[in-house]
Design a protein around this ligand. Sequence first.
Ligand code: BGC
Length: 762
Amino acid sequence: MNKKFLTIPLLALSLLATAQQKTDQAIDQKVKTLLGKMTLEEKVGQMAQITMDVITNGKDRFSSYEPVALNQQQLEHALVKYKVGSVLNTANNRARTPQVWHQIINKIQETGKGRLKIPVLYGIDAIHGTTYTAGATMFPQQIGQAAARNRNLVYKGAEITAYETRASAIPWNFSPVLDLAPDPRFPRQWETFGEDPFLISELGVQMIKGFEGNNIADPYRVASCLKHFIGYQVSASGKDRTPAYIPDHVLRDHHLPPFKAAIEAGAHSIMINSGVINGVPVHANYHLLTKLLREELGFKGLIVTDWGDIENLHTRDKVAKDHKEAIMLAINAGIDMSMIAYDYERFCDNLIALVKEGKVKESRIDDAVTNILTLKYKLGLFEKAVYDLKQYPKFGSKEFEQAAYQSAAESITLLKNKGDILPLKKGIKLLVTGPNANSMRTLNGGWTYSWQGEKVEEFAAKYNTILEAVSAKAGKENVTFVEGVSYKMDGKYYEEFENGMDKAVTAAKDADAIVLCLGENSYTESPGNLSDLYISDLQTQLAQKLGATGKPIILVLNEGRPRLISKFEAQMAGVLQTYLPGNFGGDALADILFGDINPSGKLPYNYPKFPNSLVGYNHKPSENRTVMEGVYNYDAEYNPQYEFGFGLSYTTFKYDNLKLSAEKINSDQELTVSVEVSNTGNREGKEVVELYLSDLYATLTPDSKRLRGFEKINLKPGEKQTVIFKLGKKDFSFTHLDGKSVVEPGEFSIKIGSLKKNFNIN
Ligand code: BGC
């Protein structure tokens, strides 16, 4: 680029940085002054966060009467007497209109500011759109956004979510989830960007930028909250909130990079992992919270607990003999704010006593409160905590819906297309069947209008289910619907019942093809714990019986994690993974089925074939052995049903001319890699070009490969594009047992598509 053109943006950038520095200094000064005026009680109150049910009319603290209304007495007890500084969540686990949100939060702000006029910090889980606001735009869950591999779409989705969250008078969002999620057994894999640290880092940064913009005081931006620091989704049992065992070098190489990148991108808050690592609950881990997060990563924002997790140190994990000791351990480890949820009096009274007894230093309290007040200032809450609803004319607009549709369309992943069964021909007679065929709940998943997603049908009636969208596209007269198997809509999320399986088989005989919609009902967290990774027995039976008819079947998966389908996959002609695509997933799928959209999603995880073969794409060499070695009959066959990065298109792409800028480099030199990609088919299409790096020999057995670059490009038929990647020290390195990052000299290999080239590091 011409230097003349570079100087202007650089100048603008440096002016911006200086202005930012000045604002930050001014805020530091204001915080210091304010802190100097606060009593211990006021400071401790700032560190307390309660859930909305606690301050509403209701029979107890755990639920609210409808229509929801704040209870003045409870409100004053919490916010005035106890000086609680933060509130989260909705009441009664139910979405509210923006108008109701404004009424509630205005009243909270009015009552809560107290003698020092400190605004209340309201937080919510707006994780794929503004979860708890009726009429908000619902995007694919993060796992689908990871499949789309499109940085711009992630940014745009977060920007819209920030807008609609602020339109609901809420400035703080508990998102994104940056957990490494290599385990399909875990009930929250769908809340993540999948199993690769590089992919998570790249998309996480975009999400943060979309939420926060350049200035979180902007009335259309929110503060993000990275979660769940760190190592949450790799519990040994595969169940939620159970212990994990993570060696330090694995933590650093695989779990840390997304958090590090997010902190460098300026994220303003972070939530702690509810679980236990190597025997120590993370909420009580001084080494992780203070040494690693604060001192090594230099994180300056607010550290908040997860729900009730200080209490858990005593009641669940038994590392504290009582609640008071639990509070001491957590605050001394580095927690700034406790998401207490309910019993705030116990937290505040105990913490005040601990300071008076010298068991928690007042300097630690000052430090925590500084972080909280700084965030409140940075969000502009002292000037204006709630903006007029009229400032948000785009809330739930067509423009926003279009972005959600686009994201869904790019996320859906074509995994099989035998005999080019897809796209379907116009006029084809279809049987649409399966428990996920006619459900908005399953398209959205958890954290949609309610925690477990159980209230979706009530709020999302105007959007199209798969059945509705396919019927609109194919013509109603061409579609027969028999559910075959149904989810029970109350009770456990996984309970199902037989609902006309034989009728579905009979109907199949009159159809040209079957669209079989299988997967899971909605869930999150512990209610989604799983004991059997195979897709349910009833759904398996339905698939097998339909398979026996010999009619071509297009299997549409709609699930939060890859449930095993190997008992019938061979009987399927086509397979499409929709993940949890949100309110426009039905429309996007129908457009893909009939060829109006060319699929471009790529798997963000390995789709396993068997329950005892759950290794990730970046497994170790010894995890990929099929032959007898020495005296051992070594059964470590690497056999995913579909591999990370896999996804078909209706067109074909060809990769040529993989070039490296050098065959030998020093470890601190940059390597430029280029490759030509052409569309050799007869349709326009998007391709995700992925670069994998392998360190061939290393002192610690190396990962077989690591994703180190990806670009999504669009090519017309016959069109060709050169894609360029730059690699550096960070990409070549790995962590030794002593926690130090190193680049070991030797041979490395680069793989893009099926092309491969080696180079050496001196
Ligand atoms: C979840 C968090 C969430 C918090 C607040 C917890 O149960 O683990 O992800 O942000 O609740 O709703």
